[in-house]
Design a protein around this ligand. Structure first.
Ligand SMILES: [Zn+2]
Length: 75
């Protein structure tokens, strides 16, 4: 069950709740009893977010047989 972070605008406390995604946008009540809360965008562990180091391997698309200069300097 995902967690959602909330912040109370009445007392400034932040708290998190575990609730089903269907209730993600339901109003949350501060542990202190305040109802003036806002939902924060938290970094929930989401699958498929390959952000760092996930560069796909590209095959080198060199046309011919190679060397550093195509045969001019290293042959
Ligand atoms: Zn509060």
């Amino acid at each position: 069950m995902p967690r959602y972070d909330f912040r109370c605008r009445a007392c400034g406390a932040t708290f998190e709740l575990r609730r089903p995604m269907a209730q993600a946008n339901d109003p949350a009540v501060c542990p202190q009893g305040h109802q003036d809360t806002v939902k924060l965008l938290s970094t929930v562990a989401v699958t498929g977010a390959a952000s760092a180091g996930g560069a796909p391997q590209q095959a080198p698309s060199a046309g011919g047989g190679g060397g550093c200069c195509g045969g001019g300097c290293c042959g």
